[in-house]
Design a protein around this ligand. Structure first.
Ligand code: A3P
Ligand code: MG
Ligand code: MG
Ligand code: MG
Length: 359
């Protein structure tokens, strides 16, 4: 793609930042989750991974686009207090190791990368806190989820490093790094690690996690699904989406294939390349509001692969409301033939539910 294409610089920098963060999170997993004996509820590896990945990506964005605000999932409050000293030191060391690693092809030192670009503790904590932006209707902003699918990360399953650029409430660029996703779904035990990228109007692509800046990538198009071939993509965690509702939607549509469950925005990547036919995420009814960083990059990826993404009523997602998508009507993403059918079935299942509750 010529350099003159819209968002060409943003795209390259976002891919480089996400790749570095993926190297970091993979090494955190290998060092902390696999080798240390952890109790089941110990969340420290994910905390180390989240904070240091956000420090790395925000440092790069701060250097390359200093005027752009960032809506990031994490903030550094817990690291500034005395009790956070050990965690803070670990995070600073990891973030600096990641930023100062040798340049790979396509990276530029002026992006804040390479051996001369170590940061002080204060600089890195401030970088994490640059994710405090509250979002809004107008202007440019980035949104970052340094580890999406924390539960999957801890299980050694799917998780994703997710970064998007939003301009005047519209997602213009999305980059999703999936260190554990098989390069091809048809070879699940084959090599793993992919980056997905989409710029609005320029298509959706899968790149290798190793050396993504030198690769043209594979263009993604959502294939056509029939009732026989359709499978749903859904969360692993029952607390995140109402899986029983999906079962009813499947019955209404006559879906026979079992759903494919995976954590994180890897679901959007799987949809974009045809591993699954529809992603359904209906609210569990807890009043939780979906966060923009959990859907922004995935939404542009799906749209650029030829799909449609809306809430459960068929209305567009609104990325201009702040840090959340507002009242939770769920999320439905699918190819353009399947999407209206899924929405019709969702509305029917919803009406049944309401009729039931009035008995
Ligand atoms: N009650 C809820 N309903 C919907 N999403 C929720 C939720 N509680 C947490 N989440 C979000 O679900 C994300 C993971 O989604 P998935 O189930 O698709 O893997 C989490 O991202 P993090 O892991 O980044 O915190 C978190 O933001
Ligand atoms: Mg998330
Ligand atoms: Mg997260
Ligand atoms: Mg979280």
């Amino acid at each position: 793609m010529a350099d003159a294409a819209p968002y060409a610089a943003e795209k390259q920098i976002a891919i480089a930042a996400v790749r570095r963060a993926c190297v970091l999170t993979s090494s955190v997993f290998n060092k902390l989750v696999k080798q240390e004996t952890l109790t089941k509820d110990d969340k420290s590896p994910v905390t180390v991974g989240d904070f240091s990945a956000q420090a790395v990506i925000n440092t790069i964005l701060n250097r390359t686009f200093p005027d752009d605000p960032i809506v990031g999932e994490e903030d550094a409050d817990d690291l500034r207090v005395e009790s956070g000293t050990a965690l803070r030191e670990r995070i600073i060391q990891l973030a600096n190791e990641t930023l100062t690693a040798e340049l790979v092809p396509g990276e530029k030192e002026e992006w804040g990368l390479g051996p001369n670009n170590g940061q002080t503790t204060e600089q890195l904590l401030n970088a994490i806190d640059r994710g405090n932006y509250q979002g809004g209707r107008t202007g440019r902003m980035w949104t970052l989820d340094p580890i999406d699918g924390t539960k999957g990360f801890l299980r050694g399953e799917q998780y994703a490093v997710c970064l998007a650029l939003i301009v005047n409430s519209r997602v213009e660029l999305g980059v999703i790094g999936c260190p554990n996703l098989p390069v091809s779904a048809s070879d699940p035990s084959g090599s793993r690690g992919c980056i997905f990228v989409a710029v609005r109007g320029q298509g959706a692509y899968q790149l290798p996690l190793v050396d993504p800046l030198s690769s043209a990538g594979t263009k993604l198009t959502i294939p056509t699904f029939t009732t026989e071939t359709l499978n749903f993509l859904e969360s692993v965690e029952k607390a995140h989406a109402k899986l029983s509702f999906n079962d009813r939607v499947g019955q209404i549509l006559g879906v026979t294939r079992a759903p494919t469950r995976m954590d994180s925005q890897a679901k959007y990547c799987a949809l974009a390349r045809g591993d699954g036919g529809a992603y359904l995420r209906m609210p569990v009814g807890s009043g939780y509001k979906e966060k923009i960083w959990d859907h922004a990059p995935g939404s542009v990826l799906v749209e650029e692969a030829g799909g449609v993404i809306t809430d459960g009523r068929g209305q567009p997602l609104d990325f201009g409301l702040g840090r959340t998508l507002g009242e939770n009507y769920g999320v439905v993403a699918a190819g353009k033939e399947v999407h209206p059918k899924v929405i019709a079935a969702v509305l029917q299942a919803k009406a049944e539910e309401e009729a039931q509750s009035q008995l």
